[in-house]
Design a protein around this ligand. Structure first.
Ligand SMILES: [Zn+2]
Length: 266
């Protein structure tokens, strides 16, 4: 059994098709999925999908790249906390995600991203849920905000999703207590992913998770060959990781599923 800890079932790539996508995942042994929120409406859609399908759970948050479009809907951090605390009362909501920092795109000024990353940590404390962290070209500010926030307010559990860093960033994330989740990008054969692959054997067995980030990042050998990635393909990423860690597939599948169930309280 496998747990796809990060997918976007509300994405238009899955529009009108989610029931067959979920059925195909289950047929491939991917019985559990955590679908992410990226805006207020996407978070509500994620909850609706989680309510509609057994084995599907929801995360709610505002993606750093979506903040500028979302902020006018609530204005203040207090109002943000109120809206999302209410959403998180739904028993199928098992994480605050996805939040984080992104300096690859310039949709949101860094100061606003930092302020709302801290707001999502506060939301995680209030709701007692783990956070799902997106970090793209923003490792130094992510560590800076997180260390300061945890030192002042106490740590929050969570996961660095679609981990893309090197062994130094890995050590810093583990020191903060985070889990590490790999997506299909770890299977990519380009040279620039060598440093990422070198981190795979270094993650403690009880901290590693797997995900698709579907409909994005289809793993090898499907990269560029399918019109969308989907949760069933997490099997290929998990198989690849088991090989890199020299662990029997079945054992690795079981371990990552147990890790995810424990982290998300399932
Ligand atoms: Zn995502």
């Amino acid at each position: 059994m496998l747990f796809d800890t990060h997918c976007h079932l509300d994405d238009e790539a899955f529009s009108g098709d989610v029931s067959s996508v979920v059925a195909a995942a289950k047929a491939a042994g991917v019985e559990l999925m955590l679908t992410q929120g990226t805006t207020i409406s996407s978070s509500l859609d994620s909850i609706a999908l989680a309510e509609a399908f057994s084995g599907v759970y929801a995360a709610v948050a505002i993606h750093p790249n979506c903040l500028m479009e979302e902020i006018p809907q609530f204005g203040s951090v207090d109002a943000f906390l109120e809206i999302f605390t209410k959403m998180a009362e739904n028993p199928k909501v098992r994480a605050i995600g996805e939040t984080g920092l992104d300096l690859y795109w310039d949709d949101t000024p860094l100061e606003i991203q930092k302020k709302f990353l801290a707001a999502h940590y506060e939301l995680a404390r209030r709701t007692k849920l783990p956070v799902i962290i997106h970090c793209r070209d923003a490792e130094a500010p992510l560590l800076e905000v997180t260390r300061a926030d945890f030192a002042a307010n106490g740590p929050v559990s969570g996961v660095i999703h679609s981990f893309s860093g090197d062994s130094e960033f890995l050590a810093a994330c583990l020191a903060l207590g985070f889990h590490i989740s790999y997506s299909g990008s770890v299977t990519f054969t380009n040279k620039k992913f060598d440093a990422l692959r070198e981190t795979v054997p270094l993650v403690p067995a009880d901290k590693i998770l797997v995900e698709t980030d579907s409909p994005y990042l289809a793993p090898m050998p499907y990269r560029g060959k399918v019109k969308r990635n989907s949760p069933e393909l997490v099997v290929h990423t998990a198989r690849f990781l088991a090989g890199e860690r020299c662990v029997p597939e079945e054992k690795f599948f079981e371990q990552t599923t147990e890790n995810a169930k424990k982290l998300f309280g399932i």
